[in-house]
Design a protein around this ligand. Structure first.
Ligand code: SAM
Length: 179
């Protein structure tokens, strides 16, 4: 299981990017996202609404105390940061710790400002390139490589609606969730 911790959410300013962190985590194989920073029930609700319509399982949580989320986590904690060591060097080296193993993994992504303590309490500080970009991009690339592309086979359960892949345009169908 891969869990994602998103630090430093700011109500009103980060709604869109925090939502995208959650949706990216869900699409690319994580099982949950925990938000920290300012509590934002409407943002949490909008992510829950997507999961309800498009399927799960995917848990959405809020924890004010991100330190304890990291400290209490039973498994490797990987902090994605432009200041870290190149992930493609370590992802193989970490094979025994998490790549393809049964261990649960916590992937931490930051927001506008990341407290230096995060670098100290994470087990690994990994960079997806050493240039600044985005928590959404970093998470997508990292999860894609972590799952070695296997997320493409993932089926979402109890969806109310699903895409009917089409070359022509937008096609969706309602699914039967009655049984
Ligand atoms: N300057 C901020 C700091 O204190 O680290 C970075 C903020 S950046 C807008 C938000 C988040 O995107 C970071 O905390 C990190 O998780 C992710 N991120 C951005 N660039 C990255 C990179 N090159 N590699 C890994 N993660 C990155």
């Amino acid at each position: 299981m891969v869990e994602v911790l998103r630090l430093g959410h700011r109500r009103g300013r980060d709604d869109r990017i925090s939502t995208h962190v959650a949706l990216t985590a869900r699409q690319f194989g994580a099982s949950s996202v925990t938000f920290s920073g300012e509590r934002d029930d409407s943002m949490l609700e909008s992510v829950r609404d997507v999961v309800e319509r498009w399927g799960g399982p995917f848990d959405i949580r809020y924890r004010e105390d991100w330190r304890n989320v990291i400290r209490d986590f039973d498994g490797p904690v990987i902090h994605l940061t432009m200041y870290g060591v190149p992930y493609y060097e370590d992802i193989d080296g970490l094979e025994g710790d998490f790549g393809g193993s049964e261990d649960d993994i916590l992937v931490v992504v930051g927001g506008e400002k990341v407290p230096s303590e995060v670098f100290e309490i994470a087990d690994y500080n990994l960079a997806i390139g050493n240039q600044p970009h985005s928590e959404v991009a970093a998470l997508a690339v990292f999860l894609h490589d972590l799952f070695q592309g296997d997320w493409t086979d993932r089926e979402f359960e109890d969806a109310e609606i699903e895409v009917f892949p089409s070359e022509e345009g937008k096609e969706t169908r309602k699914t039967d969730t009655s049984s």
